[in-house]
Design a protein around this ligand. Sequence first.
Ligand SMILES: [Zn+2]
Length: 287
Amino acid sequence: MPVVDGQKSSSEKFAGAERTYSIEALMGDGRALQAGTSHNLGQNFAKAFEIQFQGRDKTLQHVWTTSWGVSTRLIGGVIMTHGDDSGLILPPNVAPWQVVIIPIPRGNWKDTVLPACQAIRDELKAAGIRVKLDDDESQTPGWKYAEYEMRGVPLRLEIGPKDLEKRSVFSARRDTKAKAPLPMDGLAGSVRGLLDEIQANLLARALAFRESHTSTATTWAEFTATMEGRPGFVISPWCETDECEAAIKAETQATIRNIPFGSETPTGACVKCGKPAVVNAWFAKAY
Ligand SMILES: [Zn+2]
C-alpha cells in the first residue's frame, strides 16, 4: 500500500504531543486514509506521570517518550486500496492463502486428479508457499472460483483430467484476471515468480492510481474546482495558520493530511488567504 509520510499540522497533532507524524494512503474512491501515526511526546507525558531516569550525570530526569498508532485499520486500508467489484484482492505477502488449488471433478478424478493436486500442494508447501487444496465435493468448481475471488486469494490453480494429460495446470491471477497454463515441471518456481509479479503489480497499480489522483493547486479557484471534481490529493502552498486550515476545511471538507518529509519550501502565496506560504501541504477529503 503506497503511503505519503510526513508531519501533521499543529491542529491535527495529537493532544499533548510535540509533533505528530503520519502515513497517508489513498483509497479507491479517492479519499485519504490516515493509515498510521506516531507521536513525539517529548517529556510532556513523563512529567504528568512522573516517569524518570537517572542520567549519566546522576541527576533525575524525565524520560522522552513516543507513541505509535499502527493498527487493524491497515487491513481496511488494504481492502479499500486493492479491492475491486468482485471483492478482496490480497497482496501475496499478506495473504493467508497465496494459492488455492481447485480440482475439476470429472471421471475417476479421485484416483487421478486428486492425487496430482495433493502432490502439487505438497510441492508448493515445501517451497514455502501458503497453499490450500479445496477438494470439498459439495461445491462446484465455478462456485469455488467466485468464492476465492471474493476472498482475494492471489492465484488460483485449476487441475482437471485434460491438464494431467498435458502435464500442465491452469492458472488464474486475481489482480489482472489473466489466465494461462503452467507446466507441472518446475511449478513451484513459476508460482513463486507469479506471486512476486502480483505483489509488484498491486503496488505499481495503486501508486499509478495515487499519482493520477494527485494534483497541485496554487489558486483558491483551482483548489475548490479540484476538490469538487475528481477526489484525491491536492498539494497547495499554505501559510501554516490554524485559522486558514479551518476555513479551508469548512468550505471544502478537505483537511491537511500531512506535510511530506523533504517537501520543497514554497515561494508564493497561501492558496487560501494570500499571505506568504510556509509549507506545501497535502490536502484531501479523508475518512
Ligand atoms: Zn493561509
